[in-house]
Design a protein around this ligand. Structure first.
Ligand SMILES: [Zn+2]
Length: 269
């Protein structure tokens, strides 16, 4: 059986509290041999580390999600450095910029609140890339409706840390921009959705050694599980669609994506 990794899962979320051991058992049956559980705050990152300590196939990324920026401390770096030392912490994130829902959508907020929100996102994004560079780790990048600012913030870090633009759903031209700065992309179950031709176009255009697979579970379950709780075992369905689009065998896709992930998340053994 061709094996794959789930490079982006949120196994610390309460969605899995009732049955995590069964969820993990299903990943083994599906050939998903490694999973990275991604932190979205310090608490979530700590929980990801605890899961990595408990399950040999789970690894952790530690970071603070941009949409949670206003709850973040002024300086994330000291606590992040402590967590980054852990042998099973393989990346920093998720981090990045997200302008999709700005505070001024609410009647009690103004564009000043938007400016504060964007500034805080930028501050914690920069801090996380700094810690990543110090520890020679790479970053999990969350980007939504903030393309130019995200790429601009990453430019000073080129050569110091790289990013994986997770859940990639932009254009082929933007994907090429990602590759030009030495970063990668990863694809979720969206690739199986009927209306996601732009994602399949990106898959078709991406060299085999420039992307990874992920679920972003509990979100974005691929067809035929669409709309239900997603889980890492569903990388199997994602890999089948991606192999079809690339017109390659599952074995080729397995070899390429696992090698890319092992190189990018080099502490993942
Ligand atoms: Zn995520």
């Amino acid at each position: 059986m061709a094996v794959f990794f789930d490079t982006h899962a949120h196994l610390d979320y309460p969605d899995y509290a009732p049955d995590l051991p069964e969820v993990i058992a299903r990943t083994q049956a599906a050939g998903i041999t490694k999973i990275i559980s991604i932190g979205t705050s310090f608490d979530s990152s700590e929980r990801a580390i605890r899961l990595a300590e408990k399950f040999p196939q789970i690894f952790a990324a530690v970071g603070w999600h941009p949409t949670e920026a206003m709850a973040a401390p002024e300086d994330l770096r000291p606590a992040l450095r402590e967590m980054a030392k852990h042998p099973k912490v393989v990346a920093i994130g998720e981090t990045g910029l997200d302008y999709h829902r700005l505070p001024s959508e609410k009647p009690e907020c103004t564009t000043d609140d938007d400016a504060r929100y964007k500034k805080k996102q930028a501050d914690i994004f920069r801090q996380q890339m700094e810690v990543a560079a110090e520890f020679n780790l790479n970053c999990i990048i969350h980007q939504r409706t903030a393309w130019d600012d995200t790429v601009a913030q990453m430019l000073p870090f080129v050569g110091k840390t790289r990013g994986v633009f997770h859940c990639f759903g932009e254009t082929v031209a933007r994907m090429k921009q990602v590759f030009e700065i030495g970063s990668l992309v990863s694809f979720t179950g969206i690739v199986t959705f009927k209306n996601a031709q732009n994602v399949r176009d990106c898959v078709a255009a991406a060299p085999l050694d420039k992307f990874m697979l992920e679920t972003d579970c509990p979100y974005l379950a691929p067809v035929p599980h669409r709309g239900k709780r997603c889980e890492p075992a569903y990388v199997k369905e994602i890999s089948e669609t991606v192999a079809q689009v690339k017109n390659c065998s599952l074995e080729e896709l397995s070899t390429a994506t696992c090698a890319t992930a092992k190189e990018f998340f080099f502490k993942m053994k």
